[in-house]
Each structure stands twice: as C-alpha cells, then as structure tokens.
Ligand binder design. Structure first.
Ligand code: 7RM
Length: 680
C-alpha cells in the first residue's frame, strides 16, 4: 500500500509557495491560549490550557489539521485530515497532501537563517565538537541525495544506515527523505548477524556506514561488521563508507568512498514530492517473538508529531540548544536528535560518547561547554552517575539548563530527585516522558509549558495533545475510576503512530489492534492515580528493558538454543540497580553433554553478544535439569521470575504445573548461583 509512490509530477521551485503558506498564520493571537500555542488561535471557545487539551482529544481532527497547516510546509494541501480504523489497523493522516520532509527540516530554515547551527556533533573526544549550520547540512544532504540517486537508489527503496551519531548520519537520513527513499537506521552496537537480519527484512540494496566507530576512547570496526553482514544479504549492491577515523579499511568493488564521491555532486538536489502516507523510515524493535519488527513511520504525521512534542514537552524556544543523548539507532534519536528539533529550526546535539568517558562529569562538562538548554537522557545513565557522587555535577556550570527529560524506562524516585536537585539545582522541571518506537513521539509526560501544573516525581502523568490513554481490565473493559491499574491502551489514533510492520501487517494487527479491539494496545501496564495521573509500571509481555534498550526474551532464547549443547532455555528479566533490568537465563542441557558449566556460560555469553549485541548478554546463566512447565508444555516464566525475585511466598497457582519438583530444584540452584547476595 505504502510502497506505491509513483512520482506524479516533478515539482520545480515550490519553495516560494511553501513560505507563503507557512507564515500566513504567524502573528495571529486571538485568545490567550494562542500566546503559548499559535495552533490554537482559531479554535472556538478554547480559552485555556485545559480546554485546549480537551479540544485536542474531542475534536482531534480540527486540532491536528490546524497544527499540520501551521507547522508543516506543504507542496500540496491535504484534503482529508484522517481516515483511520484502529480495529483494522488502518491509519492514514493528511491524505492528498504532498510534502518533502528534508525541505521541512532544512530548506525553509536556510531561507530564514542559513547560518544558524543545526547540529553540534559532540564527538567522543571531549572539546572537539563540530558545528554544522543549516546551510551546510542542506548542502551535505543534497550532495548525498544526488549521489544516492546517481547510484540507482529510487523512490520507495530502503537504505540501511549503520553509523554512530554524526552529521553524515543525519545527512544520510535526510538525503533518503529528499529523494523519497526510506531509511532503516540500525544501532551501530548491533552485531553483524543482527544487522544482516534487518538488511534482509528491509530488502535494502544500499548500506551507509563508516570505516570505524569511536566510543569511550575505543575503536569499533563498523565497516568490517558490515562486510560480515552483507555476505549473507543477497539484495545488497553497494556500501557507502564515510571516514570517521583516518585508518584505511579494505574496500571492494562494491564499496563507495562516500565523502570523495559527494564532492563530485551538485549542491542542489530536487526534493521528491512525497505523499503524506509514503514511508519515511523503518525502525526495528523487539517484540515478544524472536523476530524483531520493522515498524513503519510515514512522512507528514510523524514529522508533525515529532515537531510538536519537541516544542511543547521540552518548552523548546528559538535559539535554544537541545541535547538529546540517545543514539540515532533508537526512536528517541530519530524523533528528538533529528526530526523534531530540525523541523522546528532548532540546534540539536549529536552525542557520540558515553556518560562516563573520559570521566563521570562528561554530560555536565558538555552542558557547560555547549550551553545546553534542554537535556534529555535515560534513567539508567542517571542511576549510574548518581553512584559516582555529586561532585562530578557540581564541578560544571549548568545554569543554561531549563528542562530535564527522562526516557526509556520508569525513573525511580531516587534517580528523579537526584536529577532534579543535583543536576537541575531544583530549578528545572524534570519531564518523565513515556512513549515507544510505535508511538513515534512522546505520548504521556508533564509539560513545563504549563507553568502552574504540578509535576509528581517518577510519573509520566499527563497525555499530550490529542492523546487519550485508557486502562483496561483483564476482560477487555475500560477501567473508568481512578487509583486503578490495567493494560495501557490509547483510545484514538494520532498522527505520529506507526502505520504497520514492514511486510507483516497481520502481525501489526495482532500485536496492537487485536488485544483490545478499537484501541491501540501499548504492551505496557499503567496505574492511574487518584488525581488522574498516569504512571507506567512496565511491560506486560515478554519484552525486557536493559538500560533502556528493548529486547525480547525470545530473541535471546533463540540464540542460546542454537548452542549444540543446549536442549532448551528460558530467559527472564530481573530488577537491576543500574540497568533497570538485567538478563537471567535458565538453561537445560542435552543429555550426555560433557562440558564444564563455566566454559559453556562463557560460550553462551559470547554467542549472545555476537549474534545480538553486548547489552543482551545474560548476567546470570543457571543450568537446570528441567524448566517449570504447564501440562500443555508452556514454560511458566512467572514462576521463574518469582524465584529470581526471591518472592517465594508468591509463586502463585502451581496447580497447572506438570512437575512441581522442578521448582524446588530451581530454587536450590538459584541460591547456589547467586550465593547469599541479592541477585541484583
Ligand atoms: C522511547 C522508547 C518502549 C518501551 C515502553 C516502556 C518503556 C519508555 C518510559 C518507559 C516507563 C517511561 N521507545 N518506556 N519510556 N517506561 N516510563 N518514561 O523507549 O520502543 O525503545 O521502548 O520502553 O515499556 O513500552 S522503545
């Protein structure tokens, strides 16, 4: 459906038209809400923030139509605001409209402020940052767009990008958008096999990478990893290689020296006129099966949602420096290092390093040096830094900070308080932002743009404009009272939501639309407080969250089970001080296997690191004779979780258990493995 993108007509010099339509609404302040949200200027009877919130949900079409007209530059106006049917997994926004995302992120700002800094590349080596203006980023994007086109990349193709955060990675994403190709950014920490699986699923013919990565003072052989990956990818025809370091790497006939070739290209590149619902990108994320899902995001709705949430959740103002430290390989990097800030004409930081390189003061030294106004990071890093002590924070001037954001997992009260008091000196609102790869942008979060709205530590609290969260009971009924917990769903579509899973729309329907017909199911559990605020309590499925990275337990089991000595395995998450969750694997060996358990543990850890990524490697591997199973053969992970949590009084109903003696053995084995210390 979304791959049908025949270019209807070439659009020559449409930029003048764009600026006429873009600015006609500015400067209209009709009522007081318009003073903080110009999109709201025309809404009848909407006089304050809470009325605007209600309006955005009850008349979401009017709300999103106004926002889309004001915030995006269109080549052709849309004729239908939305055409959605959640129960069938059909989501379409702004149909009839044509636009180009790279024009929205670059050209329109180049017209007004060409010398404004778009990107600050915070390289691994502290103090060596590189600034890229909007004019320069447009030039880079155009050269690369022309190169991709000349080398045969067409509208509707999918380009895989395997790069650390850097200006050329952003230019690669935008170059794809410029020529109408989709991108598929794969986190540069993934192994060759994980990369190959994603390239094959996306059917990419082109990969863009760098010779080597640099992180925490160490080099990683990214080009070599790509070589190993594409070996098993029949669709791959070419690999573009940019030079992050000066060390040459082996090049073959298939490889393209990217910077050299870019220099030969023109600095003007005709942008493709894309339909609102053409694909902008795929991004793979873990689900509860072994196979990662390529979530599909489209052009207009995604960009609008990223831009609007970036502006209002963080109170981003013109001239601010926005510092999102997520990697571009995750959705957070897409929406808040790249698309949101650039659509808003902002200055955004690309962070290549780690929170503790060269020392635990890195973030705050960077805040001081780059004069960062909004800092957006993950609880796992905050918990880690908290342990190193306050002096690393106090050493640096953080007076530029205005908003602090948290994302990826629940933020515990201790970490929240430290972030607020020590990092923000009690001056900056902390916004705990809940969202997912699937939602495209932040869905639940406090908004500091509401100056008198309270913020409760450790709670995502309030829905964003147009978002209607609901909690469901086990029967699939909406829970209407407060002070209650249930399955978190979203009751109506919004423009930023994913449209499908690449090549598997049925899985999209089964995962998100079937469980609660008519609603979008998030996979998370939530609690609504007596004041009506939301708190996200964690996943309800077999997905765990290690340092803010999603990983399916089934993905890890698949790898462990590939070991010839292993008969079967069960992987669970357990609570971990710093990582949020750690990985715990129960492994049953084949009969007559004669191998030291310690050696096998090492081998299994290695297998997981090389087949998935380091972060997925188990912290504990417990060898057991059998797993607790129901009579129908299902592994009772609930029981395993209770054992590891030392919550033996609440093992729950064991009546369906096939062989209760298995549990006793497992408890015993767990004690031996983890000794007297808590398993965390
Ligand atoms: C943005 C991102 C999504 C999953 C999600 C949750 C968990 C994310 C929070 C959170 C509690 C938060 N995308 N999650 N943010 N849980 N509070 N503020 O992380 O697709 O990689 O992961 O992460 O379980 O479903 S993601």
């Amino acid at each position: 459906m979304w791959l049908s993108c025949t270019p209807k007509y070439a659009v020559a010099s449409f930029s003048r038209q764009i600026f006429k339509s873009y600015f006609h609404v500015l400067g209209r302040w009709r009522c007081n809400v318009a003073a903080f949200m110009p999109e709201a200027a025309g809404f009848e009877g909407v006089w304050d923030r809470s009325a605007l919130q209600d309006f955005s949900v009850s008349d979401s079409e009017s709300f999103w139509a106004a926002a889309a007209r004001q915030r995006l530059s269109w080549i052709r106006a849309f004729h239908t605001v939305q055409d959605c049917d959640l129960s069938r997994g059909q989501i379409r926004w702004f149909e009839g409209g044509k636009l180009n995302v790279s024009v929205n992120c670059l050209d329109r700002h180049v017209h007004t402020c060409p010398e404004r800094v778009a990107l600050i590349w915070e390289r691994d080596e502290p103090g060596s940052e590189v600034k890229v203006t909007y004019r320069q980023l447009l030039e880079m994007t155009c050269r690369l767009g022309n190169l991709l086109r000349r080398r045969g990349v067409k509208r509707g193709d999918c380009v895989t990008i395997y790069m650390p955060p850097c200006p050329l990675a952003v230019a690669s994403m935008l170059a794809c958008a410029r020529i109408g190709a989709a991108h598929n950014v794969v986190f540069a920490g993934f192994s060759a096999e994980a990369l190959a699986e994603r390239i094959r699923d996306a059917q990419s013919s082109t990969v863009i990478t760098v010779n080597q990565g640099v992180r925490g003072g160490k080099l990683t052989e990214l080009k070599a990893t790509v070589d190993a990956a594409v070996h098993n990818c029949p669709t791959i025809q070419q690999v573009f290689v940019a030079m992050r370091t000066e060390n040459p790497v082996a090049m073959t006939a298939r490889d393209v020296a990217m910077e050299e070739e870019m220099l030969k290209e023109d600095v003007v590149c005709e942008p493709a006129a894309m339909d609102s619902e053409d694909v902008l990108f795929l991004l793979y994320t873990s689900g509860s099966t072994g196979k990662p899902k390529g979530l599909v995001h489209t052009q207009a709705g995604y960009l609008l949602y990223a831009a609007l949430t970036h502006r209002y959740v963080f109170s981003y103002h013109d001239g601010d420096v926005f510092g999102c430290v997520a990697d571009i390989g995750w959705i957070t990097g897409h929406s808040y290092s790249v698309y949101g800030p650039l659509a808003n004409g902002g200055t955004t930081v690309l962070f290549e390093s780690t929170p503790i390189y060269p020392d635990p003061g890195r973030y705050w030294e960077m805040v001081q040096r780059l004069k960062i106004n909004q800092f957006y990071g993950a609880p796992t890093a905050i918990r880690l830094l908290l342990k190193y002590g306050d002096q690393w924070v106090h050493e640096y001037d953080r007076s530029t900070l205005k908003t602090l954001g948290s994302v990826g997992e629940p933020i515990n009260t201790e970490a929240w308080e430290w972030y607020y008091r020590v990092v923000g000196d009690g001056r900056c609102p902390v916004v705990d932002t809940w969202w997912q790869t699937e939602t495209g942008g932040i869905c639940i979060s406090p908004r500091p743009s509401d100056p008198d709205a309270e913020i409760v530590p450790g709670m995502a609290m309030r829905p964003f404009f147009g978002i209607k969260p609901v909690l469901m009971d086990t029967e699939g009924k909406e829970l209407t009272s407060n002070d209650t917990s249930g399955a978190l769903c979203i009751a109506q579509p919004w423009p930023g939501m994913a449209r499908t899973i690449h090549n598997n729309h049925q899985r999209f329907i089964d995962t998100y639309c079937q469980p609660y017909p008519g609603y979008f199911f998030t996979g998370d559990g939530g609690y609504r407080s007596k004041d009506g605020y939301y708190q996200i309590t964690g996943r309800l499925d077999d997905v765990i969250n290690v340092s803010g990275h999603r990983i399916g337990t089934a993905e890890i089991e698949d790898v462990v089970n590939q070991c010839s000595a292993v008969a079967e395995s069960a992987v669970i998450g357990y609570s971990h001080d710093i990582k949020g969750q750690g990985v715990y694997a129960f492994v049953v060996l084949k009969k007559d296997v004669d191998i030291q358990e310690a050696d096998l543990s090492l081998e299994l850890n290695n297998m997981v690191s090389t087949k998935i990524a380091k972060y997925a490697s188990p912290d504990f591997i417990q060898f057991v004779r059998r797993l607790p199973k129901t009579r129908s053969g299902k592994i009772m992970r609930r029981v395993l979780r209770k054992v590891v949590d030392r919550d033996l009084n609440r093992l729950g109903d064991l009546s369906t258990l096939d062989d209760p003696a298995a549990v006793e053995e497992i408890i015993q084995g767990h004690r031996e493995l983890c000794g007297k210390q808590q398993s965390s």
